[in-house]
Structures are given as C-alpha cells and as structure tokens.
Design a protein around this ligand. Structure first.
Ligand code: T5A
Length: 210
C-alpha cells in the first residue's frame, strides 16, 4: 500500500476520534504502519497554539476571527513539517483527526471568513499536501452537542458557540463533501460505533489495494 493521508472530519461530538482510533487499529492489524495524529496541538508549538485557541476556562483569551484562522493554519504548517510529511515520506499512512476541512467549515462556515481567503491560506499553510481520503461524520447538531455535554467537562471557545454557528459548520462540511465526491465520504454518524467502523474498514480495504 502506498502511504495514504486520511482525515477525519465533522461537527462537535460526531464520534470521529473514536473511529480514527478504530481505523488505526484496523490498518495496523493488516500490517500497515500508521501514524494517528490530530489538529490542533500535536507538536510543541502546537501545544501552545492549542492553549490559546481552546483552553477551557471561564475567561477565554479574546481572539479576532482572522487571528483564529491564522493560528489554526500555523499549527498545521508545523504539524506537516514535524510529523505528517516525515511519516508519509517513510511510507507510513497518516490518520489525522481534523485538517483543512475543519478550517473551511469552522472559520469559513462558522465565523463567516471569506472562503477564497481561506483557500489561499490553505495553499501556503498545507505546503500543497492534501488528503487522499476524508471521512466526514455527519450528524444533527443537537445530537452532537448532547454527546459532548454528557462528558460534563468545561466547554471551550468553539463548543460554547450557539446552535446556529454549529449548524452553519455542518452545512459547510456537507458542501465540501458535495464539491469533492472523490475524496470525501459522508458517513451517517448516527449509527452504532460498530456499524460505522465496518463502513470505514470496507473503504480502507479498497484504498489499500490502490
Ligand atoms: N477547529 C479545529 C477549528 O475551528 N478549525 C480548525 O482548523 C481545526 C483543526 C478541536 C476544535 O477546534 C476546532 C474544531 C473543534 O472545536 P478538540 O478538542 O481537538 O477540538 O476535539 P474535537 O476535534 O472536537 O473532537 P473530540 O474528540 O472532542 O470529539 P469527537 O471527534 O466527536 O469524538 P469522540 O469520538 O470522542 O465522540 C464524542 C462522544 O460521542 C460518543 C463518544 O463516546 C464520546 O462521548 N460517541 C458515540 N455515541 C453514540 N454513537 C456513536 N456512534 C458514538 N461515537 C462516539
């Protein structure tokens, strides 16, 4: 199998992290080397950036939407240089929990930043590295937010946004999928974990043969 760059995307509480772990286990069980990683925060610089963006406290640091966009993008470039590119170059498949589609959906769809500007920034920040397969976990916003509220943790700056904000994000993710049907597979995330894992495993098996 050529090393693939696979991303997991979706709204809050969609269950993508659970499935990213299961996909990693599955590919490893077939004997493929895999790096599972995430955005933001997977590098040392990223840890600092993540604290600015997502620190959970009652008084989050004020951030202009463009600053937010640039911080997610800075985290990405560092992530690519330190982890993603070296892994791909060694033939290791990379599973990444969130990537550019999250920026388009959250900062574009959610915050309303011009999508053309976001695409221009992607071109620079990604160093031209785009995923070969993306799983989009689609779910009604109410169900996703209920799932995260059950965790009982303090919520971060994005989780505390109103329901319309999260609905715009879901709509934007779906538009990305419709515009990129070869790359993005929409998964109905309102099914059992096992049912979802099976859908992904079937798709991964096909991908492995390419
Ligand atoms: N962000 C990120 C941007 O705004 N722009 C960007 O460019 C990027 C990269 C990251 C935040 O940053 C934003 C998006 C996010 O707001 P985070 O803390 O890193 O935040 O976490 P998330 O990516 O949001 O992911 P989580 O791991 O917190 O949530 P998931 O992916 O929904 O994951 P999971 O699997 O933990 O599931 C959530 C809950 O649902 C249950 C799980 O047990 C868990 O309790 N669950 C199910 N329940 C019922 N049925 C199923 N099939 C289930 N699957 C899981």
């Amino acid at each position: 199998m050529t090393a693939h760059f696979i991303t997991f995307e979706g709204i809050e509480g969609c269950g993508k992290t659970t499935q990213a772990k299961r996909a990693e286990e599955y590919l490893k069980s077939l004997g493929y080397p895999v790096l599972r990683t995430y955005e933001p925060g997977a590098t040392r610089v990223g840890e600092y950036i993540r604290r600015i963006l997502l620190e959970k406290n009652d008084n989050p640091i004020p951030l202009h939407p463009i600053s937010e966009l640039l911080l997610f993008s800075a985290d990405r470039t560092q992530h690519l240089c330190e982890l993603i590119l070296p892994a791909l170059e060694q033939g290791i498949t990379v599973i990444c929990d969130r990537y550019i589609d999250s920026t388009t959906a959250y900062q574009g769809g959610g915050r309303g930043i011009d999508l053309e500007l976001i695409h221009q920034i992607h071109k620079t920040a990604t160093l031209g590295i785009y995923p070969t397969r993306t799983y989009l976990f689609d779910l009604p916003v109410e169900i996703g937010l209920q799932r995260i509220s059950k965790r009982g943790n303090t919520l971060d700056r994005l989780e505390t946004e109103n329901i319309e904000f999260h609905q715009r994000i879901r709509d934007c993710f779906l538009r990305i999928a419709y515009n990129n049907p070869q790359r993005v597979m929409i998964i109905d995330a309102n099914q059992s974990e096992d049912a979802i894992a099976l859908i992904i495993q079937n798709d991964l098996r096909e991908l492995c043969q390419k």
